[in-house]
Ligand binder design. Structure first.
Ligand code: AMP
Ligand code: ZN
Length: 113
């Protein structure tokens, strides 16, 4: 997707603060952090959102969660963290490329879920 911000970040065309990278996944710090630790985990493959997961592309989800487990260890998120994926307008999805927010470093309570 030539006009997708996260595809451009995955391709290195737009800079990001990289936290983790492997063949399938990139993770970088959110530019507008909502918690002391706020990391975005994306598949390098363009998938619009969690609503666009199919049997053919579903491995991208496990690739992201394998990365999330590694990032949690790497970043010492031993006190816990929250993983969020916004889908569509009501959830406030602003970038139409599947991504998982990792939020940590603060007691989050039960405000959202
Ligand atoms: P969402 O609202 O769930 O679509 O999340 C998109 C996230 O991308 C927001 O938290 C933004 O702060 C973040 N974001 C937008 N542009 C950039 C960028 N260039 N680098 C890092 N994070 C970004
Ligand atoms: Zn994309």
């Amino acid at each position: 997707m030539s006009d997708c911000l996260f595809c451009k970040i995955a391709a290195g065309e737009i800079p990001s603060t990289k936290v983790y990278e492997d063949e399938k996944v990139l993770a970088f710090r959110d530019i507008n952090p909502q918690a002391p630790v706020h990391i975005l985990v994306i598949p390098k493959q363009h998938i619009e959102s969690a609503a666009a997961i199919t049997p053919e592309n579903a491995s991208a989800v496990s690739d992201c969660f394998l990365a999330i487990a590694k990032i949690a260890a790497q970043e010492h998120l031993d006190n816990g963290f929250r993983v969020i994926s916004n889908v569509g307008e009501d959830a406030g999805q602003t970038v139409k490329h599947l991504h998982f927010h990792i939020l940590a470093g603060v007691k989050m309570g039960e405000r959202i879920v």
